[in-house]
Structures are given as structure tokens and as C-alpha cells.
Design a protein around this ligand. Structure first.
Ligand code: ATP
Ligand code: MG
Length: 578
């Protein structure tokens, strides 16, 4: 696929890259996308990936997929598989360039030894808590952040030989977990806390999903990441803005280890309104059962978005529109929905489904007979063809499309009023029935046989058109309607005394079990990762919104349809106001 076009907008990064090529700092371009396999990818990762792959493509380079797997407690092969599936679904191709930081443990160990030999790292006996305390914290004095100097560890001046011996014994498992660390010897008075002798290795007796029990010491991110980039010859290590303060350390390790001079460049993180994009919290939603899983259609994960009915094209369009900025900002989720609607409008098959059915009886149509009507599958795409739908005496219409006493400007069915039945005839309401509780149980109407296809033969003005399905062959379906998972626009801004999860929207899911649809929906398939790019399993339920078949059927065996997004275009309205 051509993601170079996306790169066009990512200008400040490409300016840096161009500069590096012109100055011959690098003779080629190689980027990497470095997910940690401790959760599923979310739409924020889609931004990172889009930038990584598109920058490489723009400069005729390659993008590596590297699993940053140096934290054995949280990582799992199931996450690796989910991540690969989602990247492929988006259409990005890492070819055979699949790497694992856990394959570099020996190499990283050797570089740590090299740094010790240069007198730039030491084994420390302080506990993790003590290290934190010695490092000090930034304090806010009258809105001026001050960082009082940290204190040197009493073990800081161990000799090189002692450090080498101790580090080897750490690796051999001679010390309990947490008893010692290896630290870079930089500057405990450095204004940037990250530079105050950061930990390079810690002891953790934890089975690693790829390396088993080979290792009981694990490298820390800040040490591992630049050196892994260097090992792969990554020229531009593109990452989100929170790594900016880590950049001096990134450069320090590259320099001290005397390896390939990869360059880190930061871009703004994607933040979306009504959405949490932090794996830690997404994991909690899953673990606490607040959602049905990582792929719950309300989740901002790629798998959740896919199951909800998002397309790779819509996500790509969104990424191109937001571009890449140098400062963090909040993107309105309405823009994402706008991109989705634009894409679905082009590709969705139009069908009719009734969510809250009410019986409509055509009094002058003979029971047992039927008229076949032609319906256009997609007015945006003639190649999608037409289908036949059956018009019968008994139909289902939407409860809301009938009113005993019409409110003003109501153009749907009410006694004496006429409406057009989509693709069918003009009908005029001739009466209705109520059940024992006084609820409307059926509506009666007369049809005009001369209006087949919905055309009025005379000059009658018929303002309303409503959707319907035949009671004879309607397919029972379950419909799930979603709202934002979080109720507030900025869920990460948690009010005092509350927790983030208190901000969950209590009505983010509405299940409609008794919906009825055209029979053709029986063959709908769910958008699994492999079929989505080829097939067209997207629907517009006329007048309702866009829907897609869910990956699982309902408890009663009915097919389930997820509402992807409504028809209303709020983004266009927002733009209109500006
Ligand atoms: P979290 O902070 O939610 O746990 P992470 O950033 O630690 O996520 P990684 O798997 O380490 O997750 O991320 C892989 C890459 O994706 C990193 O380069 C990171 O910069 C980038 N990334 C993560 N979240 C976002 C986001 N919201 N916007 C842009 N890039 C992101
Ligand atoms: Mg990370």
C-alpha cells in the first residue's frame, strides 16, 4: 500500500530525516515500530505505526517490527500474536523484519560489561525505594519546578573489577531479587532526573515467555531501547513525546556503548476525547470485566474497532488528517467518526432492519401472496447491484414511525396520513389496534398498487419514507448499540476523590434482542482480520446507521449486529460552525 502520501503531512519528522540524509549522517532510512507485548494495540499505536511505516516508505527505507519484550511479568506470546494480526489488518507490512529485544539479551549484556569497563556503570546495593529516594524528586515551589540535587549511592565508587565481578554474579543468580542493580554512572546532580544514574539491570526471577528461565537479570527500557535500535541499524527511532526527556539518556547509551548512532525523534501522542489510550487502564477494564475483552467493540483497541466495524481505510484517512504534531493535543472523536462515515458511505450495502417492530397490516393486500420489489444495494456503487425484497400483507415497521396523535412536523404514519414504504408502495393509515394495556399492537393501512417502486402517479405529496421488513421472511437479529465508554470528554482528568474507572459511561451498551431484518443478512460475515480487506461485510441499516455482524452470535443463536456509527454527521456541523 502507498503510505507515502500519509508521510506528506508528517513534515517536521521528514525535515529531520532529509537533513540527516543531506548531511550524510545516514545513507539510508530505517525505522521501527516497537510494541511491548503486554496488551493489545490501540488507536494511539496506529498513529505511531503509521508514522514509522510511512516515513520509511517515503524515503525508500524499511520499517522493522520489534517486540520490546524485557519485562517478563507482563508479557505474553498471545499479545505478540494479537499485535501481529492487528498490524497486518491495517495493511502494514514488516516483511521478514520481525525482531525481539529478548533475542538481544546476550548482546546487551556484553555492552553493559563494556560500559562497566569504561568506568561508566556500577553495581549498587541500594533497594529500588532507596534509589528513588536518593535520586530526589522535583518540587513545585510557587509554580517554579525545582529539582534539588540527588545524593550519590555509597556504592557508586566501587572499582571496575569489583563491578565486573558483581555484575557477573548477578547474572549467575547469586543474589536475591532486588538485592542489587546495575546503574549507569552519570550525574546525581543532573537537572534531568532521568540522567541521575538510571538503573540498567535489575534482578527478577521471572519466567520470560520466549527466554524461559535463561536469565534472572533483565535490562531496563532506557538502556535496552537505544541499543536495540543500534543493533538493527535503525536510523530514526520515532516515538511519542513522553520520551523526550529520555533522549539525552538514549544518546548517552549510544555514545558510551560505541554503537550505531540511531537518532530519536519525538512526535505528539494521540489523545482522543471520551477515550483512554493507556494500556494499563485498558488492561484493567479487561481484567475487572468492565468490558467483554480486549476486542470489546467499545474498546479503542484495533481489534475492538475492527469488531465495531471500523475499516483500515477510515483509520488511515484519520491519521492523514491529524498528521503529526510536535505538541500534544486532544483530537475530537467526531473527526474519527467522520472519516469512518465517509468510508462506509462508499462501501456499505443498504438493507432494512426494524429495531423496535410494530406490525403493519395492509388491508387491501391478499394474505398469502407477495410482490417482489427491486432494491438498490448501494447507490454509491452501481457494481453492488440490486436485490429482490418481498412485499406481503403483514409487515414490520419501526414503533417510532407511527403516532396515534402526531407531533407537529411528523411526516410518518398516523391515521389518515400517507407514507412511502421504501422501495415499495405508498400506503395510507386506515386504523390501528391496541392491546389490553392500551399499547398500540398493530397499525392498519391501504396500499396503492399503482405506486410500486415508491413513485406517486398523481401529484400527491408524500413527505415521509419509512423502512420496513416483511413479516413473512424477516430475520430475527440482535442489535447492539454503543456509546462512548467514558462519560466525560477528558476521562484522564479525574476529579478529586474519584478514580478513572468511576468515569465509565454506565450506558455505553444497549442490547436490542427483538430486532428484525431483511433475510439477506443471514449471510453477513463478521469482519475478521483476514476477510475485511477483500469482502464487503458492511451494512447501512437505512435511516439507522452503519452496522456490522459481530464475531459471536447472541445467546439464543441469533446473529448479532453491532452499530458502528450513526448516520448523523456531527463533524461536518462542528466544522460548519468554525
Ligand atoms: P501505554 O503507555 O498505553 O502502556 P506504550 O506507549 O507504553 O503504551 P508501547 O507498546 O511501548 O506502549 O508502544 C509502542 C509505540 O507506540 C511507542 O513507540 C509509543 O511511543 C507509541 N504510542 C503509544 N501510545 C501512543 C499514542 N497514544 N499516540 C502515539 N503513539 C503512541
Ligand atoms: Mg512503552
Amino acid at each position: 500500500m502507498d503510505y507515502a502520501e500519509v508521510a506528506e503531512k508528517n513534515d517536521f519528522i521528514s525535515d529531520f530525516i532529509k537533513e540527516d540524509l543531506v548531511n550524510e549522517r545516514f545513507g539510508y532510512v530505517c525505522t521501527r515500530f516497537p510494541p511491548e507485548p503486554n496488551g493489545w494495540l490501540h488507536i494511539g499505536h496506529c498513529k505511531a505505526m503509521t508514522i514509522d511505516f510511512s516515513m520509511a516508505a517515503r524515503f525508500g527505507g524499511k520499517c522493522n517490527l520489534r517486540f520490546d519484550d524485557t519485562n517478563p511479568e507482563k508479557e505474553d506470546i498471545a499479545y505478540v500474536e494479537a499485535i501481529k494480526r492487528d498490524i497486518k489488518w491495517l495493511g502494514f507490512d514488516w516483511e521478514d523484519r520481525e525482531y525481539y529485544a529478548s533475542d538481544y539479551y546476550e548482546y546487551l549484556y556484553e555492552l553493559a560489561v563494556k560500559i562497566i569497563r569504561r568506568g561508566k556503570a556500577y553495581v549498587d546495593d541500594l533497594s529500588e525505594d532507596e534509589i528513588r529516594e536518593y535520586r530526589g524528586t522535583a518540587v513545585d515551589k510557587d509554580n517554579i519546578t525545582e529539582t534539588p540535587p540527588g545524593r550519590d549511592s555509597p556504592y557508586r565508587n566501587r572499582g571496575i573489577d569489583e563491578n565486573l565481578a558483581l555484575f557477573e554474579r548477578m547474572r549467575l543468580g547469586e543474589f536475591p531479587d532486588g538485592a542489587k542493580t546495575l546503574r549507569a554512572k552519570i550525574d546525581m546532580r543532573h537537572p534531568n532526573l532521568v540522567m541521575r544514574d538510571p538503573v540498567m539491570y535489575r534482578i527478577r526471577r521471572e519466567r520470560h515467555y520466549r527466554r524461559g528461565n535463561d536469565w534472572c537479570i533483565y535490562p531496563m527500557y532506557d538502556f535496552q531501547h537505544p541499543l536495540s535500535d543500534a543493533k538493527e541499524g535503525v536510523t530514526h527511532s520515532l516515538c511519542s513525546l513522553e520520551y523526550e526527556i529520555h533522549r539525552p539518556l538514549y544518546e548517552w547509551f549510544i555514545r558510551e556503548a560505541e554503537v550505531f548512532p540511531s537518532r530519536q525523534i519525538e512526535f505528539a501522542r494521540l489523545n482522543l476525547t471520551y477515550t483512554v489510550l493507556s494500556k494499563r487502564y485498558l488492561l484493567r477494564l479487561v481484567e475487572e470485566g468492565r468490558v467483554s475483552g480486549w476486542d470489546d467493540p467499545r474498546m479503542p483497541t484495533l481489534a475492538g474497532l475492527r469488531r465495531r466495524g471500523y475499516t483500515p481505510e477510515a483509520l488511515r484517512d484519520f491519521m492523514a488528517r491529524i498528521g503529526v504534531a510536535k505538541t500534544d493535543s486532544m483530537v475530537d472523536i467526531a473527526l474519527l467518526e467522520y472519516c469512518l462515515r465517509e468510508d462506509l458511505n462508499r462501501r456499505a450495502l443498504r438493507v432494512m432492519a426494524v429495531l423496535k417492530p410494530l406490525k403493519l397490516i395492509i388491508e387491501n393486500f391478499q394474505a398469502g401472496s407477495a410482490v417482489e420489489l427491486d432494491a438498490v444495494n448501494n447507490p454509491e456503487d452501481p457494481s453492488a447491484g440490486t436485490r429482490k425484497i418481498k412485499f406481503t400483507r403483514e409487515l414490520w415497521i419501526e414503533e417510532d414511525d407511527f403516532a396515534e396523535i402526531p407531533p407537529s412536523k411528523y411526516h410518518r404514519l398516523y391515521p389518515g396520513n400517507s407514507v412511502r414504504l421504501r422501495y415499495g408502495f405508498i400506503v395510507t393509515c386506515s386504523g390501528f389496534e391496541k392491546d389490553a394495556y392500551g399499547n398500540i399492537s398493530a397499525v392498519r393501512a391501504l396500499y396503492d398498487p399503482a405506486t410500486k417502486g415508491g413513485n406517486a402517479v398523481d401529484n400527491r405529496k408524500v413527505k415521509g419514507t419509512i423502512h420496513w421488513v416483511s413479516a413473512e421472511d424477516a430475520l430475527p437479529i440482535e442489535v447492539r448499540i454503543y456509546d462512548h465508554l467514558f462519560a466525560q470528554e477528558r476521562p484522564m482528568e479525574v476529579p478529586t476523590g474519584k478514580t478513572l474507572l468511576d468515569g465509565l459511561n454506565p450506558v455505553s451498551l444497549t442490547v436490542i434482542k427483538g430486532a428484525l431484518a431483511e433475510p439477506c443478512l443471514a449471510s453477513a460475515i463478521a469482519p475478521v482480520a483476514d476477510t475485511l480487506l477483500n469482502g464487503t461485510p458492511f451494512y447501512q441499516f437505512e435511516r439507522q446507521g452503519y452496522f456490522v455482524r459481530d464475531t459471536e452470535d447472541g445467546t439464543d443463536g441469533r446473529p448479532v449486529f453491532n452499530k458502528t456509527v450513526g448516520l448523523r454527521d456531527t463533524w461536518a456541523k462542528i466544522r460548519g460552525k468554525q
